[in-house]
Design a protein around this ligand. Structure first.
Ligand code: 7TS
Length: 411
């Protein structure tokens, strides 16, 4: 019996009279008790503003906040904690790079290389930058199978390609991209690389130093942590060379009427009071993941995904998006079923206590590529079981029967 769901109080509830079957972890994961307790403990015993008080409580809060920075650095294999910048989410981390590194390094006529499977968070900031600068966006296309089409990779890199921004794992197709190879290729061309790790950091063991990524962005809330905490990893020498993003308290060294000077990393990029409680509790989430083991998590999700793909294929009229080879994908399965609109499917499943995501998943380029307006998406995490997959399959069968009845009535 899989024991982990017990650590997640929210899962022990009924929705429309049915046990909650939560299959939307790609949107946000549920939080284990240890994270909830860390949040409560912070406010009960530590709450004070950080980096400014000379009193003991503030020093303790600062220490707890900085301990998470060290913990994140260790978790993703960064060389130095000052390479970890806390933001609100992955989206803000990517925007930080677009507005600071981008402002300094992108000029008219330069090229930014993306892929057709980017989440809007790793697309729109580059569109805005390209518009400001008169730069161009280029896109690595997708194969019919849902992987990056890398046949003509060399042709995408020109002397003008200043940045490659690519997702490590797609939130709609589940595809895990060969980022090591892409980073190597980009660096041969003097191209800087940002990896959108919003999905991958939650599901795969990451080592940013081995990957040699220049930037790596992700969100705590997708990996058992609280909402409102994101991470930008950046190589020290690159971050040091970047102008600040937001101006305000805590990021300055000295302020005069007409100019200011900046603190060193990481404070230069952390203006204002951050989400102290969230950052502190994020460390408890990382400890939970370390105890579980990222390799075990990957293995668990592989088994679950393999099982789910097999069972979904039993349903006639069900179309699965993304690669079928389990080594190329994570625990995210997008699908359409017969001609039932994904939103209708989501609503019927909700009435059976099953929470899935429906829509374009902030991936409109992917939807266009495969000629659909929306898909249904089930995504897994360490608390999901094969029983959850069986409940989903049963739910889909009931949905088919429900819509069959409806169409017969209408005929
Ligand atoms: N990049 C990827 C690949 C994502 O999956 C997401 C969120 C983001 C960036 C943005 O993360 P945020 O924490 O800044 O919002 N993806 C999803 C999703 O699939 N459903 O809801 C949010």
């Amino acid at each position: 019996m899989w024991k982990y769901p017990k650590d997640f109080p929210i899962l022990d509830q009924k929705i429309h009279g049915h046990k909650l079957t939560y299959l939307d972890s790609a949107a946000t994961t549920q939080k284990p008790k240890v994270v909830l307790e860390a949040l409560q403990n912070y406010y009960e015993t530590l709450n004070a503003n950080i980096h400014r008080g000379v009193y003991q409580l503030s020093e303790k809060a600062t220490e707890a906040y900085e301990n998470t920075r060290k913990h994140v650095a260790k978790f993703i294999g960064a060389r130095d904690p000052s390479e970890i910048i806390f933001t609100r989410n992955a989206t803000e981390a990517i925007n930080l790079v677009a507005y600071t590194w981008g402002e300094k390094n992108i000029s008219e006529g330069d090229e930014i290389l993306l892929t057709e499977m980017e989440h809007h968070s790793n697309l729109v900031p580059w569109q805005l930058l390209a518009t400001r600068k008169g730069a161009h966006l280029k896109f690595i296309p997708l194969t019919d199978e849902g992987t990056l089409d890398l046949k003509n990779l060399d042709a995408f890199f020109t002397p003008k390609t200043k940045l490659l921004a690519v997702t490590h794992m797609s939130n709609s197709l589940g595809t895990i991209n060969p980022v090591s190879k892409l980073i190597e290729k980009a660096h041969q061309n003097q191209t800087t690389v940002l990896i959108d790790g919003a999905q991958a950091a939650a599901h795969l063991k990451i080592n940013v130093s081995e990957l040699n990524a220049d930037f790596y962005a992700f969100s705590a809330h997708k990996m058992l942590g609280p909402t409102g905490v994101g991470v930008l990893y950046g190589k020290k020498e690159i971050l040091e060379d970047m102008p600040p993003f937001l101006g305000g308290g805590e990021m300055i060294l000295e302020v005069y009427k007409d100019y200011s000077t900046w603190k060193p990393l990481p404070e230069k990029f952390e203006a204002g009071t951050p989400n102290i409680a969230g950052v502190v509790a994020f460390s408890a989430a990382l400890t939970y993941l370390e105890n579980f083991g990222m390799e075990n998590l990957r293995q668990h999700e592989k088994e679950l995904t393999q099982y789910a793909l097999g069972r979904l294929k039993e349903l006639e009229g069900l179309r699965i998006f993304g690669p079928m080879d389990i080594s190329l994908r994570g625990g995210v399965i997008s699908f359409t079923y017969l001609d039932i609109h994904p939103h209708d499917l989501g609503t019927v499943l909700d009435h059976q206590g099953i929470a899935i995501r429906t829509g374009h998943h902030c991936n409109q380029l992917v939807m266009r590529r495969y000629d659909v307006s929306a898909t249904a998406r089930a995504s897994f995490y360490l608390y999901n079981t094969k029983e959850d997959v069986d409940i989903l399959i049963e739910g889909l069968q009931k949905a088919k029967a429900y819509f069959d009845r409806g169409s017969k009535k209408g005929a």
